[in-house]
Write a protein that binds this ligand. Sequence first.
Ligand code: ADP
Ligand code: MG
Length: 706
Amino acid sequence: MADGSLPQTGAGMSRRPRNAGGDGPRALGDPITTVPGVGPKRAQDLAKLGITRVGDIVTLWPRRYIDRQHITPIWQLMAGETATVKGRIQDARVVVTARQRSVFRITLDDGTGRLEVTFFHAAWLRRQLVPGLSLLVTGRVEAFSHRLSMVHPEFEVLEEGREPLLGLIPIYPLAGDLRQRFLQELTRQWVPRLVPQMPDPIPMAIRQNERLPDRHWAVKTIHFPPDSKALEEARRRLVFDEFLRIALAVLWLAKPDGAVKGPQLHADNPLVAQFLQVLPFELTAGQKRAWDDIRQDLTGPDPMARLLQGDVGSGKTVLAALTLVTAVGSGWQAALMAPTELLAEQHYLVLRRLLEPLGIPVVLRTGRQAKDASLTELMAGPTPLIVVGTQALVSEGVQFGRLGAVVIDEQHRFGVRQRARLGEKGLMPHMLVMTATPIPRTLALTVYGDLQLSRIEGKPPGRQPVTTVHLPMSQRRQAYQAVRDAVRRGEQAYVVCPLVDDNEEGQGKAAVQLADGMKQVPGWRVGVIHGKMSAEEKSSVMDDFRHHRLDVLVGTTILEVGVDVPNATMMVIEEADRFGLAQLHQLRGRVGRGVKPSTCYLLADPKTEEGSARLQAMVETDDGLTLAERDLELRGPGEILGMRQHGLSGFQLANPLKDLAWLERAREVARQLIEEDSRLARPEHQALRQWVFEALSEALPGQVLH
Ligand code: ADP
Ligand code: MG
């Protein structure tokens, strides 16, 4: 490699600091500190971006690009457009505005006109941007009392006698003290040298078939695209690679054992019929369709592995109950696992109320009961019963004598690993995973491998959409006035207190404080709930709220999942901009569960653009899928859907909600590959195999792969 004769990929190459032939790293796996100019401090910051080895530079994907394809003469600028201007700094000064803010302001002159450029909080630029320098600025043009100006443009100082770098300029994520310019130079220098050392894992035949461009070209182009068409083409290749890798990893794991059977259950047993009779409502059409799917699985020979997706409030719990009852009615045990103890207790109470009249034993097994020896013995025996708990049921390896079905609520992260623990001696219980997170079918099939998918369309009848109102903190009173009116009408309210540094303890204190304030309001019965309370305290408060012995329940994000009190019609979320979009949607799902109209107040003075965009999205729509898409736009791929926790992260460039057509192709290619060469053993598949192993060992550390 570093032989000094580097490919020239554009004007920018020539400005790279000269790096004499033999210097620098030799292999992709060398530590990043072998790169000239990277000392311990920079290495530390680079590590935050996932760059510890030289080869990692290649996959520091740009977050976005500045469009600098054309330079516009100043006289042609129009207010409102985004443009790039090249000019000489005429004048540079720090000025104090009418509002007592100190700003740094320069005037650019390009011979055709003058442009004023302002930077806030950036007096330090004074040393860098001195009169006489040539400067390239890219930003939105504003007209300000007949003068054209730009505020905080992206800029680049041009060295004397050198042509500016045009095209699409990559903007990388930053960390620590890293500067954008440094990262741009790093990739510009190193990507073209490193890429040729990396094999293209996709065999030529497939590449030709799928009309995929060469990976080397794609990697270089994504860093320095000559134009948007090339960028799109390069992104297509790299997105395809991400999808293919994850699809292969999942297929690799999901290699069927064939011999594993599911317990034979009977859906036409009298308990199921009785249950449907005592149910206080008819199943909706959406619920019936989902039940048809589930029932077929339960009564078939193979163990069910089904993902049930239904928006918040769509009525998933009934389907969980039907699954459990089918197992018990067929003489088997069944378990329901919830993400939190609070929710486990709620499910327990709901199920007991519905099922004990039918003579079905329902037991709760969370923290305290875990020590109950007689319960442990009962579960290890053959007695059909329903056990409600958290995932501790699996992680602690609780013994079941005759486990026929497992339902996992709000926990689509439940992964391959845990699933494997449920099975024993050629018998695997039926499994239903329920989630409110909308996952497109193709994506679900890809990341969850062999999970089947059912969706509950629609909501129970008579539901009123929740009106969502965003109020600035200064108008908090208006929200609490509405709560007061609701309480007067005999309805109930939730108040969610602000997130305190993401820590439940701090948030708990905030909740107690907020509740203390509200207890002063005459006529309000106020309760408080947070994660640090004991299980008994929590369930007694929930019980009081459910039976309307409380009017207002102040709580932390513990209220997020599953809490179900139809008479609650008001929700106030304090400092709502601190919460993520998915979290806000879940929280809001606690109201609008009855037939009376509900309102959700979001109190916030958002401090970032993203914060206000989230609130805006909440006000505009109630639809989970739309919100998930919006969330993805705001946060960028990779973070959505708990993919990180799932282990098989790996979406960095792909937008898993929008690039579905490519996902489909990649899945098909993966399927064919595994069909022809199930362990990717052929010589032309070696790079691919290596690549899949890397993905898997990230996801399943310590597991032996073969
Ligand atoms: P989620 O899908 O969010 O878990 P739940 O199962 O908690 O939703 O159901 C929300 C509410 O709707 C509950 O109060 C439940 O009793 C009620 N519900 C569920 N199915 C129906 C139905 N078919 N008709 C009327 N109400 C229903
Ligand atoms: Mg639920």
